[in-house]
Design a protein around this ligand. Structure first.
Ligand SMILES: [Zn+2]
Length: 168
């Protein structure tokens, strides 16, 4: 197991859609998932998507409560939103690939997330609050989207200019 380097925006891989995970090599996937959790906890963060560590696969890990002592690790292979609240709510989102930036993003209040677990079975769960937000943020990464893509043009230009200026 090792901590993997995290790609930073505007690395072009963060703007590319990812391919479905081939479930034929669960041992290999378990190793990658273990390294992703280790990388996420070390960062420290609450969610990490495979493209953020250069693996262009539809896979993310999250653990929204660990910083408060409530460990709830979740590894989602080939995740999808099955149902979403019609009500959208704003919330602040950071991203390990955009260090130092908090963006206010509007998202559905709750979602029903479907995914395949490391045991190979298809699962689904209704997520709300920060967990719903985190899962949607990580799912965006699998579609080649970061928080900047969820903002209006003016907000994005201002935040991204700040970020790129600071990153230089
Ligand atoms: Zn992110």
């Amino acid at each position: 197991m090792s901590v993997l380097p995290i790609l930073r925006w505007p690395d072009p891989r963060l703007a590319q859609p990812c391919a479905p995970v081939d479930l034929g090599d669960m041992a290999g996937l378990a190793t990658l998932v273990g390294e992703m959790f280790e990388t996420m906890y070390a960062a420290p963060g609450r969610g990490l998507a495979a493209p953020q560590v250069g693996h262009m696969l539809r896979l993310f890990v999250m653990d929204c409560g660990w910083k408060e002592g409530d460990m709830t690790p979740l590894a989602c292979l080939n995740p999808e939103i099955l149902e979403a609240s019609a009500t959208h709510v704003p919330g602040d989102e950071g991203c390990l690939s955009i260090p130092g930036v908090m963006a206010q993003v509007l998202r559905p209040d709750w979602v029903v997330l479907g995914w395949t677990g490391l045991d190979g079975t298809r699962q689904s769960r209704r997520l709300q609050g920060f967990e719903a937000r985190c899962a949607q943020h990580e799912l965006d990464h699998l579609d080649g989207m970061v928080t900047f893509h969820r903002l209006g043009a003016a907000d994005r230009a201002a935040l991204e200019a700040d970020y790129l200026g600071l990153a230089q």
